[in-house]
Design a protein around this ligand. Structure first.
Ligand code: SF4
Ligand code: SF4
Length: 265
């Protein structure tokens, strides 16, 4: 079994391969819960999905503009060809937002060297060095309020693209985060869930540290000291509603409706 959303991770197998111990836990978990089984089309490819639908009723509040957590700490995916082309065609804007080209030059690399590496991505020496120096994903940046944002997303918004269009450019793992998908090796069978206090021993993300999917964290004094605003308790809604557009655009509206129906919402 592999972590489906991390199959394109720059570090490869080291990240996407699931240990046998975790695989056992995943199988045991999915055998013990009620699931929704259906066919899902993701980026034009059909998968047989087993969905942990009850977890889509979990309360969430993706209050990113009021969050100072270190999201987007490193690149979770190599880029698709259309995204590389998009960055190449908007390289000046990309540099203006992220300062990556300027940082590259400070580190001794020319703009052309960085552009070449970005285009091929067979080696990620400059990109990795910039990520290490800045302690964030190569495509991330901080706005004037010190919030970490995604330059790919921001550039799409600057071009007034719709959410559906944005999903064509952002890495799939970033669009679906924090959803977790496991895939059987050499098969089209996938298992879909979310990190939570029962499953986080086998999901990549740690539920206990993420305020947007853990309402209790957002109420803690430690969290409040770092994040004085936002994360209003009343604004937590079921994940299926918070991710309505994402789920409808990426998995199709039928899947959104099916999960919602199973949840009785
Ligand atoms: S931790 Fe959650 S709320 Fe904070 S920036 Fe990341 S996705 Fe947004
Ligand atoms: S959302 Fe953007 S900035 Fe964040 S990890 Fe993904 S590509 Fe990087």
């Amino acid at each position: 079994m592999n972590y489906f959303l991390f199959l394109n991770h720059p570090k490869g197998e080291e990240i996407y391969k699931i240990s046998l111990e975790k695989e056992k836990l995943i199988r045991r978990y999915f055998d013990s819960i009620n699931t929704l089984e259906c066919e899902i089309l993701i980026k034009g490819k059909k998968y047989d999905a087993v969905i942990d639908y009850q977890i889509f009723g979990k309360l969430c509040n993706f209050d990113c503009f009021n969050c100072v957590d270190d999201c987007c700490a490193d690149s979770p995916s190599l880029l698709q060809e259309n995204t590389k082309k998009f960055l190449k065609n908007n390289f000046e804007e990309f540099n203006k937002i992220t300062k990556n080209c300027d940082i590259g030059e400070e580190l001794g690399y020319s703009k052309e060297e960085l552009k070449n590496e970005l285009e091929k991505e067979d080696e990620r020496n400059i990109i990795s060095e910039i990520e290490e120096e800045t302690e964030m994903c190569f495509y991330a940046y901080r706005n004037e309020d010190r919030k970490t944002l995604c330059s790919i997303h921001s550039m799409c918004l600057n071009k007034t693209m719709s959410q559906e269009e944005i999903w064509q450019y952002k890495p799939l793992v970033c669009s679906l985060w924090p959803m977790e998908i496991f895939i059987e090796e050499g098969s089209s069978k996938i298992y879909i869930t979310l990190p939570d206090d029962f499953t986080n021993s086998f999901t990549i993300e740690n539920y206990y540290e993420i305020p947007c999917i853990n309402i209790e964290i957002s109420e803690s004094a430690i969290f409040r000291k770092k994040n004085p605003n936002g994360f209003d308790e009343k604004k937590y809604v079921p994940f299926i509603e918070a991710y309505k557009t994402t789920i409808s655009s990426i998995f199709g509206e039928k899947i959104y409706e099916l999960i919602k129906h199973k949840l009785g919402l």
